[in-house]
Design a protein around this ligand. Structure first.
Ligand SMILES: C[S@@+](CC[C@H](N)C(=O)[O-])C[C@H]1O[C@@H](n2cnc3c(N)ncnc32)[C@H](O)[C@@H]1O
Length: 320
């Protein structure tokens, strides 16, 4: 089965994870299984996680090719520690996160992620929880404007929220194109904009619906708590809000945060680094990959190696 989702930074991910026979690796974002297959091909066992029930089809194809060394557990990756326990494996040698939506999710109009295709205003990666329609039809002006600004970097967030509130009194939103049109109108049309005017608002809603930043923080903390000493943490992100969280996490946990955390300065200073940085900064896609896969444009890979120090646990408040 060929993958409908071209895995981003695959060579760099495998180099950083360095999986070998006998290792156990968690692929926290299974998707179409591109990373999982490459890890299995190098001989390691894979425990894959995904909260999207529709990835089952790809999991069945992987299980046919690697019947004894692969399992998929349906969970948000904040449940990584519990999922690892459920897997029955003894020691975790690597964890990889490929954050964000898959091409399959974006391409299926009925999932409601796209402002280019008409579909129900849903945007849930799983089949549980609030939808984008729930948010735009019920949230007050302040919280709506807040997420458009914070998660979408929408400069006219207040204006968009006002237009949404005004319209929903007459008729609640149910469809993606309907919302995209209202946002476009509120922002004064396209006027030669490089991107569709609704791009930022749709991104913000997707992040809110799926609590993507909170999930990322909890997923990283769960990986820290679960990886064995020497285990590798590899994270690929696609926008600056996500990368900022991963960078801050690794900076703190490798003991490189200047002056400790503003939330708990004294306690943090006393902690021993729970990770060693694998390399400075972030790896990005090379020219060949960029030419073949435009989705790789904003991808950044960061990685750390777990030390023997205790896990730091939750350091709250980064994404709020
Ligand atoms: C970018 S795709 C991963 C593609 C994969 N690396 C591949 O090679 O096919 C991201 C996947 O992670 C899943 N996902 C995103 N956030 C998640 C979360 N918090 N918990 C579990 N799965 C998540 C999505 O449902 C999607 O299938």
């Amino acid at each position: 089965m060929t993958s409908p989702h071209a895995p981003v930074l695959l060579a760099e991910v495998i180099e950083a994870l360095a999986p070998k026979a006998g290792d156990v690796v968690i692929d926290a974002t299974f998707g179409a299984g591109g990373y999982t297959r490459a890890i299995l091909e190098r001989g390691a066992d894979v425990v894959a996680l995904d909260r999207d029930p529709t990835v089952q089809l790809f999991a069945e194809a992987v299980a046919r090719d690697f019947p004894d060394r692969f399992q998929l557990i349906r969970t948000p990756f904040s449940g990584l520690a519990e999922a690892f326990e459920e897997s029955g494996k003894a020691k975790l040698d690597g964890a990889v996160f490929d954050i964000g939506v898959s091409s399959m999710q974006l391409d299926q109009a009925e999932r409601g992620f796209s402002f280019m295709r008409d579909g129900p205003l849903d945007m849930r990666m799983s089949d549980e929880g609030v939808t984008a329609a729930d948010i735009v039809n019920t949230w007050d002006h302040g919280p709506l404007a807040h997420i458009f600004k914070l998660y979408g970097d929408e400069r006219q967030s207040g204006r968009v929220a006002t237009a949404i509130l005004r319209r929903r009194v007459e008729q609640p939103f149910t469809r993606t194109l309907d919302l995209a049109e209202v946002v476009e109108k509120a922002l004064g049309g396209r006027r030669g904009a490089a991107i569709h005017p609704a791009t930022r608002v749709f991104q913000a809603l997707r992040i809110a619906v799926n609590d993507e930043l909170g999930e990322l923080e909890r997923g990283l903390e769960a990986a820290e708590a679960t990886l064995a000493p020497g285990g590798r943490l590899v994270v690929v992100t696609f926008h600056s809000l996500e990368d900022r969280i991963v960078k801050a996490f690794l900076t703190e946990r490798t003991g490189n945060a200047p002056g400790g955390s503003r939330h708990a300065p004294v306690a943090v200073e006393m902690r021993k680094p729970s990770f060693d940085l694998m390399f400075k900064g972030a790896r990005e896609a090379g020219e060949a990959e960029l030419a073949a896969n435009p989705r790789a444009r904003s991808a950044k890979l960061r990685a750390g190696v777990r030390t023997t120090a205790p896990a730091w646990g939750a350091v709250k408040g980064r994404s709020a």
